[in-house]
Write a protein that binds this ligand. Structure first.
Ligand SMILES: *[C@@H]1O[C@H](CO)[C@@H](O)[C@H](O)[C@H]1NC(C)=O
Ligand SMILES: *[C@@H]1O[C@H](CO)[C@@H](O)[C@H](O)[C@H]1NC(C)=O
Ligand SMILES: *[C@@H]1O[C@H](CO)[C@@H](O)[C@H](O)[C@H]1NC(C)=O
Ligand SMILES: *[C@@H]1O[C@H](CO)[C@@H](O)[C@H](O)[C@H]1NC(C)=O
Length: 659
């Protein structure tokens, strides 16, 4: 087929252009779904056979193999040079070959950053008892687990572990499964082969790391407790915000899969290890997988990163995967990660709690920012500097410059919600040009101000905690103080209680995946091997392979380069309690786009699904700006919202303008 040849040719060119190295590196060879009830040993034998094609002997091939993935999907990790990569990519059964990159942890590495190491537990009296979730096991792919934490203690009356659970806890350094695991922490495993091929033997001297599921970094315990931690009384942040800490689903159980290892003051997660954890977690029977790590930007092509592949097969097996979106500077566009359409991608937002701190300058000018200052502090302002070109106030990096022994650094950052006043000191003279103007257009440039202790009274600060009302529709975009659009906040704040009863859902069937994979240029044979066999589903691409990603039944509609009228079909499934339901559409058209939804009402009368069409036409001249709108289906109680993002592109003469 012509399309296949072109895709393969492109593939080859990309590889030749991008990769030529004699020195061997860990690669992942992805082969599609695993063969269900096949003996995993048979699958591994197939992998070795394939690998033997590019090595002179079987022994060499086995030596090069790092992992053979046989449960959730089929593939292997192996140490390969560029010749071998090219040769393997030429096999029809090979869907992709890519370098096993080192992924980074997302969200903060809280404990080390705060200089805490890991504090021991202090006794527990959990009062909070939420009853649901005990039948769900959350698989957390991260830096491991600190089992002594209160968050992983068995809550009272925890029922036995579900009989279907096939996972378990492994023994390792400073990790005795008999002591560590219980009905709450039901799984703990570690994967280090990829990391060691990449960086050499793990350094475990002086507890620099633990060859076990134990969490050296703290991040894995942080994410696992955020998702499913038991209630732990007496938590606070240096005395601020005291109360009980608990996870979103405190009755759910945790299975920790350690894939990230301490290296150069950070966590390094080899993709070969990440895929091994996905593979086993799917076999073990976790109910949901949480992954707060990703590859540094730019975004990789689909199926050329472990997280896309792992999540793709998890989704087919009915296991949802929740990813972090990344923590990159929000003033730069397009830094979101882990955005495959078969997974849930979550970003952090500000919450309804602020820690206002008042700063009074020597001339009595005062302004409010956020900070954690326990008691009044006094210091002299001697210098104000913008520390880093990327605008961040990274204390650790600042510390490295060692220019300010004993100094206090005040870090002024523009934070989303203007209800707490902004504080920004000018670079030239902090004392005289303090600016406190919420109406002023903020440039988004962050500044850091250096204060030196042990000097005369000049500036004093003091914080207190209080709660404010931050609602989803007032979200502002980080640095820019502009109202947030769908590219800043995705579909918006989630509402977990309403999500239990959404009314309607956009479902994806195997055929949707087929069409989507066709639009990505995969051959029919490849698509067949990527999707679990399903005899009733047509796995062919339309003649000429002309498919658009707009055909995916995705809950958002994004149209880039709208030049002429486009019609998009969506299908909703009624999952509400009433099998007979009528939903009406309310449409907010993006600026400069004419949007018609047909039919304007959907009647579910016994049948589960109903489709509608959205026809969008340009109604302005523009070149390249995205405008935003929405379609909301409602039966008076449920509210099912689809964000619209449309880029009208029809003006040929340069700069954007409207009529
Ligand atoms: C890669 O390894 C194979 C097998 O050892 C060898 O034949 C080939 O020359 C190597 N390629 C490069 C670019 O070094
Ligand atoms: C291993 O870790 C120890 C303790 O942190 C450190 O002193 C030592 O330099 C490390 N060794 C290597 C080879 O990095
Ligand atoms: C600042 O206020 C204090 C107390 O209100 C006052 O004593 C002091 O003179 C003021 N300083 C200036 C520079 O106005
Ligand atoms: C800053 O450097 C000092 C001295 O090297 C060190 O003791 C301290 O932990 C560092 N602080 C941070 C936040 O990195």
């Amino acid at each position: 087929m012509a399309a296949t040849t072109t895709a393969r040719l492109l593939w080859g060119l990309l590889l030749i252009h991008g990769l030529h190295f004699a020195h061997s590196q860990v690669h992942i060879v992805y082969l599609g779904h695993s063969h269900g009830r096949d003996d995993p040993l048979l699958t591994t034998r197939r992998h070795v056979r394939l690998l033997c094609n590019v090595f002179s002997g079987r022994e060499e091939a086995e030596e090069a193999m790092v992992y053979s993935y046989t449960h959730g999907f089929s593939g292997f990790a192996a140490v390969l040079n560029s010749t071998q990569v090219l040769a393997l990519a030429g096999f029809e059964e090979v869907i992709s070959v890519f370098r096993s990159k080192t992924l980074k942890l997302h969200t903060t590495r809280s404990w080390d950053f705060m200089g805490l190491g890991w504090l021991g537990s202090q006794g527990i009296s959990s009062s909070l008892q939420l009853d649901h979730g005990h039948d769900i096991i959350v698989g957390v792919l991260d830096s491991g687990i600190w089992p002594e934490s209160d968050s992983f203690k068995e809550p009272p009356l925890m029922p036995p572990v579900p009989a279907s659970w096939r996972g378990g806890c492994v023994r390792g350094e400073s990790f005795d499964p008999k002591k560590a695991c219980n009905r709450k922490l039901v799984g703990a495993k570690y994967y280090v082969a990829g990391f060691e091929r990449e960086y050499g033997a793990l350094n475990t001297t002086g507890e620099a790391e633990y060859r076990s599921p134990r969490d050296r970094i703290g991040h894995g315990s942080h994410t696992a407790s955020t998702a499913a931690g038991s209630a732990a009384a007496g938590a606070s942040y240096f005395g601020f915000g005291p109360g009980a800490a608990r996870g979103g689903a405190p009755r759910a159980r945790v299975a920790a899969y350690k894939v990230c290892w301490f290296r150069e003051m950070d966590g390094a997660c080899s993709e070969a290890d990440v895929l091994a954890a996905f593979d086993e977690a799917l076999r073990d029977g976790v109910g949901v997988i949480s992954v707060s790590l990703g590859s540094p930007p730019p975004l990789m092509e689909l199926f050329r990163t472990s997280t896309d592949i792992g999540a793709f097969h998890a989704a087919q097996l009915g296991t949802p995967v929740v990813f972090s979106a990344g923590n990159n500077d929000d003033r730069l566009p397009s830094l979101v990660q882990n955005v495959s359409p078969w997974s849930i991608c979550v970003a952090a937002a500000t919450i309804d709690r602020t820690f206002p701190t008042q700063i009074v300058l020597g001339n009595n000018l005062s302004f409010t920012g956020e900070g954690f200052i326990r008691k009044e502090m006094k210091a002299k302002l001697v210098e104000s500097i913008q520390l880093f070109t990327d605008g961040s106030c990274n204390i650790e990096r600042w510390n490295r410059t060692r220019r300010a022994p004993g100094a206090i650094i005040l870090c002024f950052a523009a934070i989303g919600d203007t209800s707490s006043a902004f504080a920004a000191l000018s670079e030239s003279d902090g004392a005289n040009h303090a600016e406190q103007d919420r109406h002023r257009k903020l440039t988004g440039s962050f500044r850091c101000v250096l204060l030196v202790e042990r000097a005369q009274l000049c500036v004093s600060g003091h914080s207190q905690a209080y709660t404010s009302d931050t609602s989803a529709d007032r979200i502002l975009s980080g640095g820019a103080a502009k109202p947030a659009d769908a590219f800043d906040v995705g579909a918006g704040h989630m509402d977990p209680l309403r999500a239990i009863d959404p009314g309607l859902v956009y479902d994806m069937q195997t055929r949707d995946y087929v069409v989507y994979l066709c639009s990505l240029g995969y051959s029919e044979a490849q698509i067949k091997s990527m999707l679990l066999p399903s005899p009733s589903v047509d796995v062919s691409c339309a003649a000429g392979g002309k498919h658009s990603d707009l055909e995916l039944n995705y809950p958002a509609i994004v149209v880039s380069e709208l030049r002429a009228t486009v019609t998009v079909k969506r299908t909703l499934r009624n999952v509400g309690q009433n099998r007979h339901a009528v939903y009406f559409a309310a449409v907010v058209s993006p600026h400069g786009v004419s949007t018609v939804v047909w039919p304007p009402l959907l009647v579910f009368s016994g049948q589960e699904e109903a489709s509608y069409y959205v026809t969008m036409s340009p109604a302005k001249r523009s070149q390249g700006r995205y405008d935003f709108g929405e379609i909301v289906w409602s039966d008076g109680y449920h509210r099912v919202r689809t964000p619209l993002a449309v880029q009208v592109t029809n003006s040929k003469d340069g700069g954007p303008h409207s009529m």
